[in-house]
Ligand binder design. Structure first.
Ligand code: ADP
Length: 484
């Protein structure tokens, strides 16, 4: 059977006013029928691309056609360069022969073709004018093709602008050279890259109070079926409120930063200033003790006073050290020096050095795995472990067990005591500055130790966990990676 005959048979199946048959690529192979009141030889359409012929709302009749099968598509049929008609079309796919059969009729039986077109135009005009966004359409050479009312409310100006370039517009309305340049550059980039580009435009002192108006502009290239940019859609949003809020937030952040810096500086200056009188008090106490000994003055009350002063000086000194350490950490000034080291050796050293005399109790250090060198900062880890150990010593009267375990990637240290424990509902707050559990009131402390411990462990990318039961005991577990 000839192609022609075969096509005709196919059409009879779907008979309608105008029927087109296209191959899989969308090229028209056969045409039958005509459209009411359109005086045109539709045979001339053979060989054309369907996506060039039928234009949907805002984009060409898109590939793959298969996506549009068995649904009503409303659009325009461009049957000559200058003429088009509003149509409804239906596409069927002929599986067996891989052909599309597209049947077409004028948009609505209620309107003439011309009216139909006008209706579509009015509908979209209305839509565009009622969007709370300014919308413009440019030709690829940056000429205005369409402007909605939000973009330019003055109708005279709008009409004048159609067909003019953005440069002509900018000159006529005396836009600042920076605006002209910015828009031109951005438009050029859109055409060059073929991508949507957003940019912010500031109109200085636009509002009565002297503040700026900000617009977030977009240029979006719209392509035809041949992959060429047919026009560029421009739309802009007024983002002045957002911009103002952003500027305000930035200002506040800056202020906050300044305040934090001021606070840190203040705290560390004060702490330093306290150190000198403290050293003088300590020195004077030593001199006083020596004087009393030399002159053999012995009085239990005097001795007790001296012990009290010494204790308080010691506590105050500790507090200053911790405050200074926290202040340093806040401004991220804690230097971290990772070296290869043996954690077991470090723990043993701390126990020997810091807790040589414990009455009737001991600290047992157990290592269950071979100890290889791992990476940590010895100074920071010294501080971490001695702090947790001194808490264990302070808050319990029984033996303390330290267990070191080395895994493939991490090493853990658990420090367990059998002392006063921590009330469950308070456990989550222990890592807040100055927080002390309610049952530790009668013990000396600052509530800063664990904050520093946590910070130092985090500098090792590690973590600290605790398990505790009131009047039973507390277990802290530190985990750090073997390699930093
Ligand atoms: P402090 O100087 O008060 O000991 P830390 O920051 O080291 O400060 O600890 C915070 C609080 O956590 C302590 O005040 C105490 O209430 C509780 N705490 C810490 N370790 C223990 C422990 N081993 N046993 C019981 N309570 C503990």
């Amino acid at each position: 059977m000839s192609d022609h005959l075969f096509f005709e048979q196919l059409i009879e199946k779907y008979s309608n006013e105008l029927v087109l048959i296209s191959d899989e690529q969308g090229f028209i192979k056969h045409v039958k029928g005509a459209l009411q009141s359109v005086n045109f030889n539709f045979e001339d359409l053979i060989g054309l691309q369907i996506s060039n012929l039928i234009v949907e709302k805002d984009s060409p009749f898109i590939h793959p056609l298969l996506n549009r099968c068995n649904q009503e598509v409303v659009g325009l049929l461009k049957y000559t360069k200058a003429q088009q008609i509003a149509i409804q079309s239906h596409i069927y796919y002929e599986d067996k022969n891989s052909l599309y059969v597209i049947y077409i009729k004028p948009t609505s039986s209620f309107y003439s073709e011309k009216k139909g077109l006008e209706q579509i135009k009015i509908f979209y005009e209305n839509l565009l004018n009622n969007l709370p966004v300014d919308v413009v359409v440019f030709s690829p050479d940056h000429k205005y093709l369409y402007i909605n009312k939000i973009a330019l409310s003055d109708e005279k100006k709008r009409n004048w602008l159609i067909g003019k370039t953005d440069q002509e517009y900018a000159e006529k309305f005396q836009l600042a050279p920076s605006h002209i340049k910015g828009r031109k550059e951005t438009f050029r980039k859109v055409i060059e890259t073929g991508n949507l580009i957003e940019y912010e435009e500031e109109f200085k002192g636009k509002y009565k109070n002297g503040s700026s108006k900000w617009l977030l502009r977009h240029f979006k290239p719209i392509y035809n079926s041949l992959g060429e940019i047919e026009f560029v859609l421009g739309f802009g949003l007024d983002i002045s409120d957002r911009k103002k809020a952003e500027i305000e937030t930035l200002k506040n952040l800056e202020k906050q930063k300044e305040l934090i810096q001021l606070k840190n500086k203040f705290v560390s200056t004060i702490s330093h200033e306290f150190r000198t009188p403290l050293a003088t008090i300590r020195g004077s106490i030593d001199l006083l003790t020596m004087f009393l000994e030399k002159n053999q003055i012995k009085h239990p009350k005097i001795n007790q006073f001296i012990v009290n002063v010494n204790n308080e000086v010691f506590n105050l000194n500790n507090l200053l050290n911790e405050v200074l350490m926290i202040g340093r950490h806040d401004v991220s000034l804690t230097p971290v020096n990772f070296t290869n080291g043996n954690l077991l050796e470090l723990i043993k050293k701390i126990v020997a050095q810091n807790f040589p005399y414990l009455d009737n109790r001991k600290i047992t250090v157990i290592s269950k795995t071979p100890n290889h060198a791992i990476q940590f900062d010895p100074k920071l880890m010294f501080h971490v472990l001695s702090n947790i150990l001194s808490n264990a010593v302070k808050y319990s009267q029984k033996d303390i067990i330290v267990v070191l375990k080395e895994y493939k990637k991490v090493t853990t240290v658990t420090i367990e005591d059998f002392g006063i424990g921590i009330p469950e509902h308070e456990q989550s707050k222990l890592f807040n500055s100055f927080y002390r559990a309610s049952n530790s009131i009668n013990y000396q402390g600052t509530g800063l130790g664990l904050v520093i411990v946590k910070n130092f462990i985090e500098l090792h990318q590690g973590k600290i966990e605790l398990v505790s039961q009131l009047n039973v005991g507390t277990k802290f577990k530190i985990t750090i990676p073997n390699n930093q």
